[in-house]
Design a protein around this ligand. Structure first.
Ligand code: NAD
Ligand code: TDX
Length: 348
C-alpha cells in the first residue's frame, strides 16, 4: 500500500507515521508537509531505518500542481493531518487556517477525484461540535456549531469532504477526535506548555477560572483509531474518537506541578480565551462497536510518561521554543501575564 500522509512532521502525523512504518512492513508513505512553525523534521529521526519506505516532500497541500504530481504516482489512500491547529493563533489571524484547512482539503479532494484514489481520511476534531453543558457527550449526529475560527475551518473541511462523497462518490471518511497528548506535541498546547514552563519556573497561564473541561486521549490511541478507520471504516461515515477521560484544566495543571515538584504559586489565572468552549466530551460508541477500537492508555500513566518525555527531550523543546515561537508568545501572553512574567515563559 502507498499512503500519502499530509502534515506528517507535526505532532499527531509524526506519531502516526512511526507507528504505521513499524506495524506494516509492506507500507510506503509519502509525507507532504509544509514545515510551518509546527512542523519539525526532527520528529521523524526514527524513520531513518525504514529507508525509502518513508519519503518526505516539503510542500503545501493547497499547491494543486504539487499535489497532482504526487497523486499521479499511484497513491492508494490519503490521510490528511495537515492543518493549522492552534485555536489561539486562529484568534490572532485566521487567514492561514482558511487557506490550509479549507482550501488545502479541497485541493486534496480534487486530486483524489482526478486520480481515483481509493480512500481519503480527514482527521478532524471534536471542536466542530462546539461546546457542551455539564452533562452528555457529542455523538456523530450532534449539529456542527464551531465557535473559533480554527474549528470553523475544520467544520468547513468536514462539510467539503461530505459533499465530495455525496456528489462525486469519493470514498471518504472523517475522524473527530478529542484533545491529544503525548510525545512531540508543540509546546503551545496546554499540556506541553505547562510542563515546559514549569520546568523553568515560568508562570503557568490558566484561562478564566480553569474549570473548562477537555476529554484527553493519548496520541497513540488516536493513531490506532485513524489506522482502523483507514482500513475498515465505512465510506461516507464519521467516527468520533475519545477515551472517556475528562478533566478540568486546573486539575491537569496542578497534577503536572506536583509531578515536577514545583509550587502551585506558579499558576496565574489570566484573561480568558474569547469564545472559549466550556466542555468537550466524546461518545465513541460507533468506532468501538463497529470497528472494535479501544483506547489502551490510562490517562494518569500516559501523562506521567509524557512528562518524562519532555524532561528527557529538553533540547527538542528548547529549540522549538525559539524564533517564531517567541513572537507568538509575546503577542498572546504579554498582556495576559504582564510583560516581565511573559519574558520568563519565553526563556529569559
Ligand atoms: P500540528 O500543528 O502539530 O501539525 C500540523 C502539521 O501540518 C505540521 O507539520 C505543519 O507543518 C503541517 N502543515 C500546516 N500547514 C500545511 C500545509 N498548508 N501544507 C502541508 N502541511 C502543512 O497539529 P496536530 O496537533 O498534529 O494535528 C494534526 C491534525 O489533527 C489536525 O488536522 C488537527 O486539526 C487534528 N486534531 C488535533 C487534535 C489535537 O489535540 N492536537 C485533536 C483532534 C484533531
Ligand atoms: O495557555 C493556555 N491556558 C489554558 O488555560 C492554553 C494554551 C490553553 N488553556 C486551556 C484552553 C483549553 O480549555 O486549556 C485547554 C486546552 O487548550 P489547547 O491545548 O489550546 O487545546 P484546545 O483548544 O482544546 O484544542 C485542542 O484540541 C482539539 C487542539 O489544539 C486542537 O487542534 C484539536 O482540534
Amino acid at each position: 500500500m502507498k499512503l500519502l500522509v499530509t502534515g506528517g512532521c507535526g505532532f499527531i502525523g509524526s506519531n502516526f507515521i512511526l507507528e504505521m512504518l513499524a506495524e506494516y512492513p509492506d507500507l510506503y508513505i509519502v509525507n507532504l508537509d509544509l514545515l510551518t512553525y509546527a512542523g519539525n523534521f526532527e520528529n521523524l529521526q526514527d524513520t531513518i531505518p525504514y529507508g525509502d519506505r518513508h519519503r518526505f516532500v516539503r510542500g503545501d497541500i493547497a499547491d494543486r500542481e504539487l499535489v497532482d504530481s504526487l497523486m499521479c504516482n499511484g497513491i492508494d489512500a490519503v490521510v490528511n493531518f495537515a492543518a493549522e491547529s492552534h485555536v489561539d493563533r486562529s484568534i490572532i489571524d485566521a487567514s492561514a487556517f482558511v487557506r490550509t484547512n479549507v482550501l488545502g482539503t479541497q485541493v486534496l479532494l480534487d486530486a483524489c477525484r482526478r486520480h481515483g484514489v481509493g480512500r481519503f481520511v480527514q482527521v478532524s476534531t471534536d471542536e466542530v461540535y462546539g461546546s457542551l453543558g455539564p452533562d452528555g457527550a457529542f455523538t456523530e449526529c450532534h449539529p456542527l456549531a464551531p465557535n473559533s475560527p480554527y474549528s470553523a475551518t475544520k467544520a468547513a473541511a468536514d462539510l467539503l469532504v461530505r459533499s465530495y462523497h455525496k456528489t462525486y462518490g469519493i470514498d471518504a471518511v472523517i475522524t473527530r477526535c478529542s484533545n491529544n497528548y503525548g510525545p512531540y506535541q508543540f509546546p503551545e498546547k496546554l499540556i506541553p506548555l505547562m510542563i515546559t514552563n514549569a520546568m523553568v519556573d515560568a508562570p503557568l497561564p490558566v484561562y478564566g477560572d480553569g474549570l473548562n473541561v477537555r476529554d484527553w486521549i493519548h496520541v497513540r490511541d488516536h493513531c490506532r483509531a485513524v489506522d482502523l478507520v483507514l482500513r475498515k471504516g465505512c465510506a461516507g461515515s464519521v467516527y468520533n474518537v475519545g477515551a472517556n477521560s475528562e478533566y478540568p484544566n486546573i486539575e491537569i495543571v496542578r497534577y503536572i506541578l506536583s509531578r515536577l515538584g514545583k509550587p502551585e504559586s506558579l499558576i496565574r489565572f489570566v484573561k480568558d480565551r474569547p469564545g472559549h468552549d466550556r466542555r468537550y466530551a466524546m461518545d465513541a460508541t460507533l468506532i468501538r462497536e463497529e470497528l472494535g477500537w479501544e483506547p489502551e492508555a490510562d490517562f494518569e500513566s500516559g501523562l506521567d510518561q509524557t512528562i518524562c518525555w519532555y524532561i528527557e527531550h529538553e533540547t527538542w523543546w528548547r529549540r522549538v521554543k525559539s524564533g517564531e515561537y517567541l513572537t507568538y508568545y509575546d503577542t498572546w501572553y504579554t498582556e495576559r501575564l504582564g510583560g516581565k512574567e511573559a519574558g520568563i515563559g519565553r526563556g529569559e
